[in-house]
Design a protein around this ligand. Structure first.
Ligand code: AMP
Length: 395
């Protein structure tokens, strides 16, 4: 990576503004149900504390419209304090006079958390005056929020134009794994894409097609490819606007592209009627009845996809193979997670649903890298420059 990191600068005695991604899921009582993103930021936070920095953390949580008590970072501050075994006061805002006073009074090695940066609409607008207000709190900026690095917001990008910005350990690690997978993969290099919409992944498919030895497409995306081949897909997911793209990809890809050969279909959408009320059966890909819909990949497909993964040197996976939210239709997604875990390949799981599935199914320890960023990892795989990374200082 050609960007400076926290190890390249002197942090002792300095107020350091650290953008982290503490956008963690919570239940109705405010209990954090998955603290992976908080734990992933600990190496950076601990390094800065141990080296005498004054650590001022900033993050967003959810999509609040203005100040919304439900989206306070208070539970996160409490949880982080337990993890680092040291107090983490939550300041009442992310900028302004009181916050300036409190951060100016910090001692070396102390940590504070600023309140949800998205309580201000100026954050997502990358408003220069707002970015200046954040920058005023510190001498150095550290970006460790890979999950939002694809967004040019005030706290992820704007602030790095005002005070010098460097990468934290999580950012460095994400870029190293994803960068190596794309730039210097151990071959055969296989990519597996799933999820709902082809449209969201056109850029990734185009980019990966030129790099991988095999591109496997499953999940809801596969049905638009089936339709492009002239198959009946019944009520399965169809992304009409991507039909031409699928036709072109099929024509170009030849053997490189692997699609499901059989699918599990249901007589209704499990989200509409509940999973237990859905009648299901396995059919070949080209024989979906007109009033049924695809909900998972079939057993023969699982066997083929798993076999392809067995011989791989590198596997990148993004997107579930079926409606994995329901146990009954998570069979394909689980089988792919297991195949990756057993493959011996360098395995990289894009964030979002596939990362959640791998965690849930207990295969997390077996993967080489699970990205903390869904959208960011996809944009990276598309070959796009992430604005939050571009704004950091070059080495
Ligand atoms: P994405 O956000 O594009 O990665 O898509 C994730 C969503 O795709 C999940 O909510 C899955 O339920 C959904 N999905 C995966 N396979 C299918 C399918 N065969 N039919 C409908 N939805 C699917």
């Amino acid at each position: 990576m050609n960007k400076k990191t926290i190890e390249d600068i002197k942090v002792k005695g300095q107020p350091v503004l650290v953008r982290v991604d503490f956008n963690v899921p919570q239940d109705d009582t405010g209990r954090i149900t998955d603290d992976r993103r908080i734990r992933a930021a600990l190496p950076t936070i601990n390094y800065l504390r141990e080296h005498g920095a004054r650590v001022i953390l900033t993050s967003h949580l959810g999509r609040p419209k203005g100040v919304t008590p439900k989206y306070t970072l208070a539970p996160v501050a409490r949880h982080l304090a337990e993890l680092i075994k040291s107090p983490v006061p939550l300041l009442p805002d992310c900028l302004g006079e009181e916050v300036e006073r409190k951060t100016a009074a910090m001692h070396d090695g102390e940590v504070v958390l600023l309140e949800n940066v998205r309580f201000h609409p100026e954050e997502e607008k990358n408003d220069p005056a707002f970015a200046a207000g954040l920058a005023k709190l510190a001498k150095i900026y550290v970006n460790d929020a890979f999950g939002t690095a694809h967004r040019a917001h005030a706290s992820t990008e704007g602030v790095a134009h005002i005070i010098p910005g460097v990468a934290g350990y999580l950012m460095k690690k994400e870029l190293a794994y994803l960068g190596d997978a794309l730039g210097n993969p151990k071959r055969p290099f296989i990519a597996i894409l799933g999820g709902a919409k082809v449209k969201d992944k056109i850029g990734v498919i185009e980019q990966l097609m030129g790099k991988v030895d095999r591109l496997i497409i499953g999940g809801g995306m596969a049905y638009t490819f089936f339709k492009a081949q002239g198959y009946e897909i019944g009520k399965s997911l169809l992304d009409e606007t991507s039909l031409d793209f699928c036709r072109q990809t099929l024509a170009k890809a030849g053997d490189k592209l692997l699609l499901p050969v059989d699918v599990v279909i249901g007589d209704a959408n499990p989200f509409d009627v509940g999973p237990d009320s859905v009648k299901s059966q396995v059919v070949t890909a080209e024989s979906i009845p007109s009033d049924w819909q695809g909900v998972d990949i079939g057993p023969e497909t699982i066997r083929k996809f798993s076999q392809a993964v067995q011989g791989a040197g590198t596997v990148v996976w993004n997107g579930p193979m079926g409606i994995f939210e329901f146990e009954r239709f998570a069979v394909g997604t689980r089988a792919i997670a297991k195949a990756l875990a057993q493959s011996g390949a360098v395995t990289i799981v894009g964030g979002g649903d596939s990362a959640a599935a791998v965690e849930q199914l207990g295969f997390a320890e077996k993967m080489t890298h699970i990205s903390t960023g869904g959208g960011a990892s996809l944009e990276f795989l598309e070959g796009k420059i992430l604005p939050g990374v571009a704004a950091l200082q070059d080495r």
